[in-house]
Write a protein that binds this ligand. Structure first.
Ligand code: FES
Length: 295
């Protein structure tokens, strides 16, 4: 045993909760009267699995629909490539006890999906505005996770993963959301152009981080700046652009775009096919797409 902690109130049947366990986010659920505990952070892009759904004995990530076996941690379906660490969970004297065993490892090979018979659901909300907000949370989690790292190799790996996600996120919005926002909302053109300019500022800040040795004081300074610029954009988008789009676009269309959003992430895994160059706001607004597909 490496660590053991008690937490009040175990989850209800089919409920997913997150616990902070010595700085690790652990998702816990009860299925058929049996407790299951596993990493809360999706290894694909860092979304919280406790915000996802149970489908039989799999948990479905709310961001890009990766599925994991909750008993083994194995990937049942992509886009995640690596599985989850499984934790031991039991109830002792009415309190939930979580512990990590020596030798706990992520499963190497995805097994076939096993069908359960307890919790099931209609699946995660596919509204593109919801998926974008979830990814905002994942981006914030990745920035936070980097802040506590000191090993240069770990920093480099984590920063690379975050920059890939930032570019996929920005390009996805520029392809799927902003052209539709420009058409749908009253002040959509201004909001969309402003958002693309924000993206370019984030891209500049990312390039500035790459100019320094990983882990150096100058690197950390540039990292903090990138985090600040990014956070300003996320807050603005959550306050203005996303509510505007939600108000002006039918739910069915938002869900259709959400499925395209997930497909975009599959197509551009690890930033494949995206160059990170600045984008002309006018070109995004001009790309209004198929008029028949816009609400
Ligand atoms: S973050 Fe979980 S599937 Fe992408």
């Amino acid at each position: 045993m490496t660590s053991q902690h008690s937490h009040p109130s175990p989850p209800e049947e089919g409920e997913l909760v997150t616990l902070d366990h010595d700085g690790s986010a652990v998702a816990v659920t009860m299925l058929d009267g049996e407790l299951h505990a596993f990493d809360d952070t999706c290894p694909h892009a860092g979304c919280s699995l406790a915000d996802g759904e149970l489908d039989g004995r799999t948990v479905v990530c709310p961001c890009h629909l990766a599925r994991f076996d909750i008993a083994t941690g194995a990937v049942v379906e992509g886009p995640a490539r690596s599985g989850l660490t499984i934790w031991s969970a039991r109830v002792t004297d009415g309190a939930l006890e979580i512990r990590q065993e020596e030798g706990d490892e992520q499963p190497a090979d995805p097994p076939a999906a096993s069908a359960g018979n307890a919790a099931s659901s209609s699946g995660p909300d596919m509204d593109i505005t919801v998926l974008i907000e979830r990814e905002h949370d994942a981006i914030r989690r990745q920035f936070e996770a980097i802040k506590v790292l000191s090993d240069t190799h770990e920093l480099d790996t984590a920063w690379t993963a975050l920059t890939e996600l930032l570019e996929i996120h920005a390009s996805g919005e520029e392809s799927l959301l902003y052209p539709k926002l420009a058409r749908a909302a009253d002040d959509g053109v201004e909001e969309a152009e402003h958002a693309v300019r924000d993206h370019n500022e984030i891209r500049d800040s990312v390039r500035a981080v790459h100019e320094h040795d990983v882990g150096s004081e100058a690197w950390w300074q540039a990292f903090r700046k990138a985090r600040e610029v990014n956070e300003e954009h996320l807050q603005e988008e959550e306050r203005d652009a996303l509510p505007s789009f939600r108000d002006s676009t039918e739910r069915a269309r938002r869900e259709e775009l959400g499925r395209e959003w997930v497909g975009f992430h599959e197509e551009h895994q690890h930033g494949r096919g995206l160059n990170g160059d600045d984008v002309d706001p006018g070109a995004v607004i001009d790309d209004l797409g198929d008029a028949s597909s816009t609400a």
